[in-house]
Design a protein around this ligand. Structure first.
Ligand code: SAH
Ligand code: MG
Length: 221
């Protein structure tokens, strides 16, 4: 391991233990994911705390997550909700959904928390058609190719003043001006969108960095 990587890991460890210490429930979710053979591509503790912070900041009562995995980021978000709050998380894999439900029960956050299984784009269209009530916060963290579509389909479900957060949006491919990756498209679409006002928060990781794109819906078109 290079010196830079070692230093990076020290900073990540410092941030996690100081600002986002995990309790048994959160550590237990990661352990259960490992037992179930689910890849640990969840947000870091400080990444989870960042989501929690934004949800608390705006007093979010209704949260939509796209990409559940083992329910780790959802648990950080669910803990930001008031008693009657609601979190709906969309997930493609039945197995991930089952493990997440179990993890939420174990962590004591099951109340008002739900996972809907299927391709997220389809579920989002169903939600729109069914007249789903607006959300205060949307967190996009599923397949990266789908991001532009998730922007289009979830923005109408976000209230004015609400936040759209997108994980893994500061990656090397976006430096290529000709990049056609989902992330490059998403970042450009968000930046040009008249309804959105955005900032990128670079996030330190063990082996480098990535980013969380934070957009506020400032108007409705
Ligand atoms: N938010 C999670 C990590 C999500 S990883 C956390 O930080 O804890 C990405 C997840 O998106 C995986 O569980 C994957 O199965 C799911 N996914 C991939 N394609 C999808 C699709 N088309 N619709 C819904 N979920 C999808
Ligand atoms: Mg992610």
């Amino acid at each position: 391991m290079s010196n830079v990587e070692t230093k990076n890991q020290q900073y990540v460890h410092y941030l996690n233990q100081l600002f986002a210490p995990e309790d048994d429930a959160l550590a237990g979710i990661r352990a259960e994911m490992a037992r179930e053979g689910i890849r640990p591509i969840n947000v870091s503790p400080i990444g989870g705390k960042t989501l929690h912070f934004f949800a608390r900041l705006i007093g979010a009562k209704r949260i939509l997550e796209i990409g559940t995995l083992g329910g780790y980021s959802a648990t950080w978000l669910a803990r930001a909700l008031p008693a009657a709050g609601r979190l709906i998380s969309l997930e493609l894999e039945q197995h991930h959904a089952e493990v997440s439900r179990r993890n939420w029960a174990q962590a004591g956050v099951s109340d008002g928390v739900e996972v809907r299984v299927g391709p997220a784009a389809e579920t989002l269209r169903q939600m729109q058609a069914a007249g789903e009530a607006p959300f205060d916060l949307v967190f996009i963290d599923a397949d990266k190719d789908g991001y532009p579509q998730y922007l289009e389909l979830s923005l109408p479900l976000l209230r004015v003043g609400g936040l759209m957060l997108a994980d893994n949006t500061l990656r090397e491919d976006i430096l290529d001006a000709n990049s056609t990756s989902g992330i490059a498209k998403y970042n450009a679409a968000v930046a040009a969108h008249p309804e959105l006002m955005s900032i990128m928060i670079p996030m330190l990781h063990g082996h480098g960095f990535d980013g969380l794109l934070v957009s506020m819906k400032q108007s409705s078109g």
